[in-house]
Design a protein around this ligand. Structure first.
Ligand code: PHE
Length: 460
Protein backbone atom coordinates (compact mmCIF):
# COMPACT_ATOMS: atom_id res chain seq x y z
CA UNK A 1 0.00 0.00 0.00
CA UNK A 2 1.09 3.54 -0.63
CA UNK A 3 2.16 4.82 2.79
CA UNK A 4 2.13 8.43 1.64
CA UNK A 5 -1.28 8.94 0.05
CA UNK A 6 -2.46 12.21 -1.46
CA UNK A 7 -5.42 14.55 -1.35
CA UNK A 8 -8.16 13.40 -3.69
CA UNK A 9 -9.35 16.83 -4.73
CA UNK A 10 -8.49 20.51 -4.74
CA UNK A 11 -11.14 21.19 -2.19
CA UNK A 12 -9.82 18.37 -0.03
CA UNK A 13 -6.40 19.97 0.13
CA UNK A 14 -7.79 23.45 0.73
CA UNK A 15 -10.01 22.29 3.54
CA UNK A 16 -7.26 20.28 5.17
CA UNK A 17 -4.74 23.13 4.94
CA UNK A 18 -7.36 25.62 6.09
CA UNK A 19 -8.20 23.17 8.85
CA UNK A 20 -4.56 23.24 9.87
CA UNK A 21 -4.57 27.02 9.82
CA UNK A 22 -7.89 27.52 11.59
CA UNK A 23 -7.66 26.47 15.19
CA UNK A 24 -6.96 27.75 18.66
CA UNK A 25 -4.73 30.34 17.01
CA UNK A 26 -7.80 32.05 15.60
CA UNK A 27 -10.37 31.62 18.31
CA UNK A 28 -8.26 31.53 21.47
CA UNK A 29 -4.97 33.32 20.70
CA UNK A 30 -6.02 35.96 18.20
CA UNK A 31 -8.62 37.65 20.46
CA UNK A 32 -6.33 37.78 23.48
CA UNK A 33 -3.38 39.06 21.46
CA UNK A 34 -5.64 41.71 19.95
CA UNK A 35 -6.92 42.60 23.42
CA UNK A 36 -3.40 42.96 24.78
CA UNK A 37 -2.03 44.87 21.83
CA UNK A 38 -4.46 47.73 21.44
CA UNK A 39 -7.46 46.31 19.56
CA UNK A 40 -8.12 47.60 16.05
CA UNK A 41 -4.52 48.77 15.50
CA UNK A 42 -3.35 45.20 16.02
CA UNK A 43 -6.02 43.84 13.70
CA UNK A 44 -4.88 46.19 10.98
CA UNK A 45 -1.21 45.28 11.35
CA UNK A 46 -2.06 41.60 11.43
CA UNK A 47 -4.08 41.83 8.22
CA UNK A 48 -1.40 43.85 6.43
CA UNK A 49 1.40 41.46 7.45
CA UNK A 50 -0.66 38.46 6.45
CA UNK A 51 -1.33 39.63 2.91
CA UNK A 52 1.97 41.37 2.23
CA UNK A 53 4.45 38.86 3.65
CA UNK A 54 2.81 35.70 4.91
CA UNK A 55 0.96 34.95 1.71
CA UNK A 56 4.20 34.71 -0.34
CA UNK A 57 5.75 32.58 2.41
CA UNK A 58 2.78 30.22 2.23
CA UNK A 59 3.07 29.94 -1.56
CA UNK A 60 6.78 29.20 -1.12
CA UNK A 61 6.17 26.45 1.43
CA UNK A 62 3.51 24.69 -0.61
CA UNK A 63 5.72 24.86 -3.73
CA UNK A 64 8.66 23.25 -1.95
CA UNK A 65 6.47 20.41 -0.72
CA UNK A 66 4.80 19.77 -4.04
CA UNK A 67 8.07 19.96 -5.96
CA UNK A 68 9.66 17.14 -3.98
CA UNK A 69 6.71 15.19 -2.65
CA UNK A 70 8.40 14.39 0.62
CA UNK A 71 8.31 15.38 4.29
CA UNK A 72 9.90 18.67 5.44
CA UNK A 73 13.34 17.18 6.07
CA UNK A 74 13.35 15.22 2.83
CA UNK A 75 12.25 18.25 0.85
CA UNK A 76 15.02 20.54 2.07
CA UNK A 77 17.53 17.75 1.83
CA UNK A 78 16.66 16.90 -1.74
CA UNK A 79 16.53 20.47 -3.01
CA UNK A 80 19.39 21.92 -1.01
CA UNK A 81 21.63 19.10 0.16
CA UNK A 82 22.28 17.71 3.63
CA UNK A 83 23.17 21.08 5.14
CA UNK A 84 19.69 22.42 4.48
CA UNK A 85 18.07 19.29 5.83
CA UNK A 86 18.55 20.80 9.28
CA UNK A 87 15.83 23.30 8.45
CA UNK A 88 13.42 20.42 8.05
CA UNK A 89 14.50 19.01 11.40
CA UNK A 90 14.07 22.44 12.95
CA UNK A 91 10.47 22.47 11.68
CA UNK A 92 9.85 18.98 13.00
CA UNK A 93 11.13 20.01 16.44
CA UNK A 94 8.90 23.10 16.42
CA UNK A 95 5.92 20.96 15.41
CA UNK A 96 6.47 18.55 18.29
CA UNK A 97 6.93 21.31 20.85
CA UNK A 98 3.99 23.40 19.61
CA UNK A 99 1.80 20.34 19.72
CA UNK A 100 2.89 19.63 23.30
CA UNK A 101 1.35 22.86 24.64
CA UNK A 102 -1.39 23.14 22.03
CA UNK A 103 -2.73 19.83 23.18
CA UNK A 104 -3.03 21.18 26.72
CA UNK A 105 -5.10 24.19 25.66
CA UNK A 106 -7.18 21.94 23.41
CA UNK A 107 -7.72 19.82 26.53
CA UNK A 108 -9.16 22.89 28.30
CA UNK A 109 -11.58 23.41 25.42
CA UNK A 110 -12.56 19.76 25.57
CA UNK A 111 -13.08 20.02 29.33
CA UNK A 112 -15.28 23.10 28.86
CA UNK A 113 -17.36 21.21 26.32
CA UNK A 114 -17.96 18.44 28.83
CA UNK A 115 -18.52 20.79 31.79
CA UNK A 116 -21.07 22.86 29.89
CA UNK A 117 -22.93 19.98 28.27
CA UNK A 118 -22.97 17.46 31.09
CA UNK A 119 -22.28 19.40 34.26
CA UNK A 120 -23.29 22.74 35.76
CA UNK A 121 -20.62 25.14 34.52
CA UNK A 122 -23.29 27.56 33.36
CA UNK A 123 -24.51 28.13 36.91
CA UNK A 124 -21.15 29.58 38.01
CA UNK A 125 -21.07 33.20 39.14
CA UNK A 126 -17.50 34.16 38.42
CA UNK A 127 -15.95 32.64 35.34
CA UNK A 128 -12.54 34.21 35.98
CA UNK A 129 -12.32 32.38 39.31
CA UNK A 130 -13.71 29.20 37.75
CA UNK A 131 -11.07 29.19 35.03
CA UNK A 132 -8.36 29.75 37.64
CA UNK A 133 -9.54 26.71 39.59
CA UNK A 134 -10.06 24.69 36.46
CA UNK A 135 -6.57 24.93 34.98
CA UNK A 136 -4.90 24.13 38.28
CA UNK A 137 -6.58 20.74 38.45
CA UNK A 138 -3.92 18.24 37.48
CA UNK A 139 -6.12 15.21 36.77
CA UNK A 140 -8.62 17.07 34.62
CA UNK A 141 -5.79 18.50 32.56
CA UNK A 142 -4.09 15.17 32.26
CA UNK A 143 -7.17 13.23 31.23
CA UNK A 144 -8.52 15.79 28.78
CA UNK A 145 -5.18 16.31 27.04
CA UNK A 146 -4.70 12.57 26.89
CA UNK A 147 -8.11 12.18 25.24
CA UNK A 148 -7.27 14.89 22.78
CA UNK A 149 -3.92 13.38 21.86
CA UNK A 150 -5.58 10.02 21.45
CA UNK A 151 -8.23 11.31 19.03
CA UNK A 152 -5.57 13.19 17.03
CA UNK A 153 -3.43 10.09 16.73
CA UNK A 154 -6.43 7.99 15.77
CA UNK A 155 -7.23 10.27 12.82
CA UNK A 156 -3.61 10.60 11.69
CA UNK A 157 -3.27 6.81 11.64
CA UNK A 158 -6.00 6.76 9.03
CA UNK A 159 -3.79 8.80 6.71
CA UNK A 160 -4.32 11.65 4.36
CA UNK A 161 -7.58 10.80 2.61
CA UNK A 162 -9.50 8.72 5.06
CA UNK A 163 -8.66 10.78 8.13
CA UNK A 164 -7.46 14.26 7.44
CA UNK A 165 -9.46 15.14 4.35
CA UNK A 166 -12.75 13.70 5.50
CA UNK A 167 -12.58 15.24 8.97
CA UNK A 168 -11.91 18.72 7.61
CA UNK A 169 -14.75 18.66 5.11
CA UNK A 170 -17.40 18.42 7.80
CA UNK A 171 -15.93 20.48 10.60
CA UNK A 172 -14.93 23.68 8.85
CA UNK A 173 -18.31 24.74 7.42
CA UNK A 174 -20.15 24.02 10.67
CA UNK A 175 -17.75 26.24 12.57
CA UNK A 176 -18.54 29.20 10.33
CA UNK A 177 -22.26 28.84 10.79
CA UNK A 178 -22.16 28.70 14.57
CA UNK A 179 -19.72 31.63 14.80
CA UNK A 180 -21.93 33.87 12.71
CA UNK A 181 -25.04 32.96 14.67
CA UNK A 182 -23.29 33.80 17.94
CA UNK A 183 -22.01 37.12 16.60
CA UNK A 184 -25.51 38.20 15.61
CA UNK A 185 -26.67 37.41 19.13
CA UNK A 186 -23.74 39.09 20.87
CA UNK A 187 -24.16 42.32 18.92
CA UNK A 188 -27.59 42.80 20.44
CA UNK A 189 -26.23 42.89 24.01
CA UNK A 190 -25.90 46.16 25.96
CA UNK A 191 -22.58 48.01 25.38
CA UNK A 192 -21.70 45.62 22.57
CA UNK A 193 -20.90 48.61 20.37
CA UNK A 194 -18.04 49.65 22.67
CA UNK A 195 -16.46 46.32 21.85
CA UNK A 196 -17.01 46.83 18.13
CA UNK A 197 -15.35 50.24 18.39
CA UNK A 198 -12.36 48.80 20.28
CA UNK A 199 -12.00 46.13 17.65
CA UNK A 200 -12.59 48.12 14.49
CA UNK A 201 -11.60 51.77 15.05
CA UNK A 202 -7.79 51.89 15.13
CA UNK A 203 -5.90 54.18 17.44
CA UNK A 204 -2.58 54.50 15.66
CA UNK A 205 -0.77 55.67 18.76
CA UNK A 206 -1.17 52.09 20.00
CA UNK A 207 1.23 50.78 17.35
CA UNK A 208 4.64 49.97 18.79
CA UNK A 209 7.47 47.67 17.79
CA UNK A 210 5.82 45.05 19.95
CA UNK A 211 2.57 45.33 18.00
CA UNK A 212 4.53 44.66 14.83
CA UNK A 213 6.35 41.54 15.87
CA UNK A 214 3.46 40.18 17.90
CA UNK A 215 1.34 40.62 14.77
CA UNK A 216 3.92 38.74 12.72
CA UNK A 217 4.19 35.93 15.27
CA UNK A 218 0.42 35.66 15.42
CA UNK A 219 0.11 35.61 11.62
CA UNK A 220 2.72 32.84 11.30
CA UNK A 221 1.14 30.75 14.01
CA UNK A 222 -2.34 31.22 12.72
CA UNK A 223 -1.42 30.37 9.12
CA UNK A 224 0.66 27.35 10.24
CA UNK A 225 3.77 28.80 8.59
CA UNK A 226 7.47 28.55 9.30
CA UNK A 227 7.76 24.92 10.38
CA UNK A 228 7.01 22.82 7.37
CA UNK A 229 3.35 21.95 8.00
CA UNK A 230 2.48 23.32 4.59
CA UNK A 231 5.54 21.71 3.01
CA UNK A 232 4.20 18.42 4.29
CA UNK A 233 0.63 19.10 3.13
CA UNK A 234 2.00 20.51 -0.14
CA UNK A 235 3.71 17.18 -0.75
CA UNK A 236 0.27 15.53 -1.02
CA UNK A 237 -0.97 18.00 -3.66
CA UNK A 238 -1.12 17.09 -7.34
CA UNK A 239 0.53 19.08 -10.11
CA UNK A 240 -2.71 20.36 -11.65
CA UNK A 241 -3.60 22.46 -8.66
CA UNK A 242 -3.22 26.20 -8.77
CA UNK A 243 -1.06 26.92 -5.72
CA UNK A 244 -1.66 30.66 -5.81
CA UNK A 245 -5.40 30.30 -5.71
CA UNK A 246 -5.35 27.59 -3.07
CA UNK A 247 -3.04 29.63 -0.82
CA UNK A 248 -5.28 32.66 -1.22
CA UNK A 249 -8.36 30.68 -0.26
CA UNK A 250 -6.59 29.22 2.79
CA UNK A 251 -5.45 32.69 3.86
CA UNK A 252 -8.96 34.12 3.46
CA UNK A 253 -10.57 31.30 5.40
CA UNK A 254 -8.06 31.66 8.20
CA UNK A 255 -8.40 35.42 8.44
CA UNK A 256 -12.19 35.21 8.30
CA UNK A 257 -12.38 32.89 11.28
CA UNK A 258 -9.95 35.04 13.30
CA UNK A 259 -11.85 38.18 12.36
CA UNK A 260 -15.19 36.63 13.28
CA UNK A 261 -13.81 35.35 16.58
CA UNK A 262 -12.78 38.91 17.46
CA UNK A 263 -16.16 40.21 16.41
CA UNK A 264 -17.76 37.74 18.78
CA UNK A 265 -15.43 38.19 21.74
CA UNK A 266 -15.01 41.97 22.04
CA UNK A 267 -18.70 42.89 22.18
CA UNK A 268 -19.00 40.24 24.90
CA UNK A 269 -15.96 41.56 26.78
CA UNK A 270 -17.40 45.07 26.85
CA UNK A 271 -20.98 44.09 27.56
CA UNK A 272 -19.76 42.08 30.56
CA UNK A 273 -17.57 44.98 31.73
CA UNK A 274 -14.40 42.86 31.50
CA UNK A 275 -10.87 43.82 30.58
CA UNK A 276 -9.75 42.92 27.05
CA UNK A 277 -6.20 42.52 28.35
CA UNK A 278 -6.52 39.39 30.42
CA UNK A 279 -4.40 37.17 28.21
CA UNK A 280 -4.85 33.44 27.58
CA UNK A 281 -7.86 33.18 29.91
CA UNK A 282 -9.91 35.60 27.78
CA UNK A 283 -12.20 33.34 25.75
CA UNK A 284 -12.62 30.89 28.62
CA UNK A 285 -13.73 33.67 30.93
CA UNK A 286 -15.88 35.67 28.55
CA UNK A 287 -17.71 33.10 26.47
CA UNK A 288 -19.57 31.17 29.17
CA UNK A 289 -21.38 34.43 30.06
CA UNK A 290 -23.20 34.52 26.74
CA UNK A 291 -24.26 30.91 27.10
CA UNK A 292 -25.46 31.48 30.63
CA UNK A 293 -27.59 34.39 29.45
CA UNK A 294 -29.30 32.09 26.93
CA UNK A 295 -30.89 30.13 29.75
CA UNK A 296 -30.16 26.61 30.99
CA UNK A 297 -31.34 24.58 28.02
CA UNK A 298 -30.37 26.71 25.03
CA UNK A 299 -27.14 27.72 26.78
CA UNK A 300 -26.11 24.11 27.20
CA UNK A 301 -26.85 23.26 23.59
CA UNK A 302 -25.22 26.31 22.01
CA UNK A 303 -22.35 26.54 24.54
CA UNK A 304 -21.61 22.84 24.33
CA UNK A 305 -21.83 23.05 20.54
CA UNK A 306 -19.44 25.97 20.44
CA UNK A 307 -16.75 24.33 22.53
CA UNK A 308 -17.18 21.11 20.62
CA UNK A 309 -16.52 22.97 17.39
CA UNK A 310 -13.55 24.70 18.95
CA UNK A 311 -12.24 21.22 19.68
CA UNK A 312 -12.82 20.23 16.06
CA UNK A 313 -10.96 23.32 14.87
CA UNK A 314 -8.12 22.49 17.23
CA UNK A 315 -8.19 18.89 16.07
CA UNK A 316 -7.62 19.72 12.40
CA UNK A 317 -4.59 21.72 13.59
CA UNK A 318 -3.21 19.06 15.93
CA UNK A 319 -3.57 16.60 13.07
CA UNK A 320 -1.34 18.74 10.87
CA UNK A 321 1.15 19.30 13.67
CA UNK A 322 1.48 15.57 14.25
CA UNK A 323 1.59 14.85 10.52
CA UNK A 324 4.89 16.77 10.16
CA UNK A 325 7.03 14.41 12.30
CA UNK A 326 4.98 11.39 11.20
CA UNK A 327 5.72 12.11 7.52
CA UNK A 328 9.40 12.33 8.46
CA UNK A 329 9.37 8.93 10.16
CA UNK A 330 7.45 7.33 7.28
CA UNK A 331 9.49 8.91 4.48
CA UNK A 332 12.97 8.98 6.01
CA UNK A 333 13.03 6.22 8.58
CA UNK A 334 10.63 3.89 6.80
CA UNK A 335 8.72 3.28 10.02
CA UNK A 336 5.13 2.22 9.28
CA UNK A 337 2.60 5.03 9.68
CA UNK A 338 0.74 3.42 12.54
CA UNK A 339 3.80 2.86 14.69
CA UNK A 340 5.18 6.33 13.92
CA UNK A 341 1.93 7.94 14.99
CA UNK A 342 1.66 6.21 18.35
CA UNK A 343 5.31 6.70 19.27
CA UNK A 344 5.20 10.40 18.45
CA UNK A 345 1.84 10.93 20.13
CA UNK A 346 3.21 9.42 23.34
CA UNK A 347 6.35 11.55 23.12
CA UNK A 348 4.37 14.74 22.57
CA UNK A 349 2.07 13.95 25.44
CA UNK A 350 4.98 13.46 27.82
CA UNK A 351 6.65 16.66 26.64
CA UNK A 352 3.39 18.47 27.39
CA UNK A 353 3.34 17.52 31.06
CA UNK A 354 5.29 20.61 32.27
CA UNK A 355 2.84 22.85 30.36
CA UNK A 356 -0.06 20.90 31.84
CA UNK A 357 1.21 21.56 35.36
CA UNK A 358 2.20 25.15 34.75
CA UNK A 359 -1.00 26.95 35.65
CA UNK A 360 -0.46 26.79 39.38
CA UNK A 361 -0.46 23.02 39.90
CA UNK A 362 3.31 22.75 40.39
CA UNK A 363 5.39 25.77 41.38
CA UNK A 364 8.56 25.11 39.42
CA UNK A 365 6.61 24.82 36.17
CA UNK A 366 4.33 27.74 36.96
CA UNK A 367 7.11 30.23 37.40
CA UNK A 368 10.34 29.63 35.51
CA UNK A 369 13.13 31.63 37.08
CA UNK A 370 15.19 31.67 33.86
CA UNK A 371 12.24 33.01 31.89
CA UNK A 372 11.04 36.06 33.78
CA UNK A 373 8.98 33.89 36.13
CA UNK A 374 6.58 33.00 33.36
CA UNK A 375 4.93 29.57 33.11
CA UNK A 376 6.27 26.56 31.23
CA UNK A 377 3.33 26.89 28.86
CA UNK A 378 4.29 30.50 28.09
CA UNK A 379 7.89 29.44 27.61
CA UNK A 380 7.13 26.66 25.13
CA UNK A 381 4.55 28.70 23.27
CA UNK A 382 6.70 31.83 23.03
CA UNK A 383 9.96 30.07 22.16
CA UNK A 384 8.60 27.50 19.72
CA UNK A 385 5.91 29.56 18.06
CA UNK A 386 6.22 33.34 18.58
CA UNK A 387 9.99 33.25 18.07
CA UNK A 388 10.70 30.11 16.08
CA UNK A 389 8.01 30.36 13.40
CA UNK A 390 8.99 33.79 12.00
CA UNK A 391 12.63 32.66 12.29
CA UNK A 392 11.78 29.47 10.39
CA UNK A 393 10.06 31.61 7.75
CA UNK A 394 13.16 33.78 7.50
CA UNK A 395 15.39 30.74 6.97
CA UNK A 396 12.97 29.25 4.46
CA UNK A 397 12.97 32.38 2.33
CA UNK A 398 16.78 32.44 2.48
CA UNK A 399 16.72 28.84 1.33
CA UNK A 400 14.45 29.64 -1.61
CA UNK A 401 16.34 32.70 -2.77
CA UNK A 402 19.95 31.64 -2.10
CA UNK A 403 19.82 27.90 -2.63
CA UNK A 404 16.81 26.55 -4.46
CA UNK A 405 16.44 29.59 -6.70
CA UNK A 406 13.25 31.55 -7.20
CA UNK A 407 13.26 30.53 -10.89
CA UNK A 408 12.68 26.95 -9.80
CA UNK A 409 9.96 28.05 -7.48
CA UNK A 410 8.27 29.96 -10.32
CA UNK A 411 8.40 26.85 -12.44
CA UNK A 412 6.70 24.83 -9.72
CA UNK A 413 4.00 27.46 -9.23
CA UNK A 414 3.44 27.61 -12.99
CA UNK A 415 2.30 23.95 -12.89
CA UNK A 416 -1.44 24.34 -12.71
CA UNK A 417 -1.14 28.05 -13.48
CA UNK A 418 0.40 28.58 -16.93
CA UNK A 419 -0.06 32.35 -16.89
CA UNK A 420 2.05 32.77 -13.75
CA UNK A 421 5.38 33.34 -15.48
CA UNK A 422 5.92 36.99 -16.32
CA UNK A 423 2.94 38.15 -14.27
CA UNK A 424 2.96 40.94 -11.70
CA UNK A 425 2.29 38.49 -8.90
CA UNK A 426 5.38 36.49 -9.86
CA UNK A 427 7.56 39.59 -9.56
CA UNK A 428 5.92 40.47 -6.26
CA UNK A 429 6.39 37.02 -4.76
CA UNK A 430 9.99 36.73 -5.94
CA UNK A 431 10.89 40.19 -4.70
CA UNK A 432 9.28 39.63 -1.31
CA UNK A 433 10.87 36.23 -0.82
CA UNK A 434 14.30 37.30 -2.05
CA UNK A 435 14.69 40.65 -0.32
CA UNK A 436 11.92 41.66 2.03
CA UNK A 437 11.19 38.50 4.02
CA UNK A 438 14.75 37.51 4.91
CA UNK A 439 15.52 41.00 6.22
CA UNK A 440 12.22 41.78 7.88
CA UNK A 441 11.65 38.37 9.43
CA UNK A 442 15.26 38.22 10.56
CA UNK A 443 14.95 41.61 12.21
CA UNK A 444 11.66 40.75 13.89
CA UNK A 445 13.09 37.47 15.14
CA UNK A 446 16.04 39.23 16.75
CA UNK A 447 13.77 41.83 18.34
CA UNK A 448 11.39 39.28 19.74
CA UNK A 449 14.21 37.15 21.18
CA UNK A 450 15.66 40.20 22.92
CA UNK A 451 12.24 41.20 24.17
CA UNK A 452 11.17 37.81 25.50
CA UNK A 453 14.43 37.05 27.25
CA UNK A 454 15.68 40.46 28.37
CA UNK A 455 12.79 42.92 27.90
CA UNK A 456 13.02 45.40 25.03
CA UNK A 457 11.91 48.30 27.20
CA UNK A 458 14.90 47.81 29.46
CA UNK A 459 17.27 48.08 26.52
CA UNK A 460 15.69 50.81 24.38
N1 PHE B 1 -2.49 27.37 12.80
C1 PHE B 1 -2.90 26.64 13.94
C2 PHE B 1 -3.88 27.47 14.72
O1 PHE B 1 -4.14 28.59 14.39
C3 PHE B 1 -1.71 26.21 14.77
C4 PHE B 1 -0.60 25.60 13.99
C5 PHE B 1 0.65 26.19 13.97
C6 PHE B 1 -0.82 24.46 13.23
C7 PHE B 1 1.68 25.67 13.22
C8 PHE B 1 0.20 23.89 12.47
C9 PHE B 1 1.44 24.51 12.46
O2 PHE B 1 -4.41 27.06 15.68
Amino acid sequence: MDQRGSFTSRIGFILAAAGSAVGLGNIWKFPYETGQNGGAAFLLIYLALTFLFCYPVMVGEISIGRRVGLDAYGSYNKLGGKKWGFLGLYGILCGIMILSFYNVVAGWAFGYFLEISFSDLLTEENYGAFFGRYVVDFWDNLIFSLCFMFITAFIVVKGVQGGIERASKIMMPTLFVILIALIVYSLTLPNAMDGVRFYLLPDFSEITLETLYSGMGQAFFSLSLGMGALITYGSYVNKQQNILKSALTITFLDISVAFLAGLLIFPLVFSQGQSPEQGPALVFVVLPGIFQAMGPVLGKVVGGGFFLLLCFAALTSTISLLEVPVAYMVDQKKVPRKISVWILAALVFILGIPSMLSQGAVDIFSSLSFYNDKSALDFVSEVFSDISLPLGGCLMTIFISRRWNSKNMSEEIANGNPRYKGSFIESYINFTITYVCPVLLGLFSILIIIDKFFGLDKIL
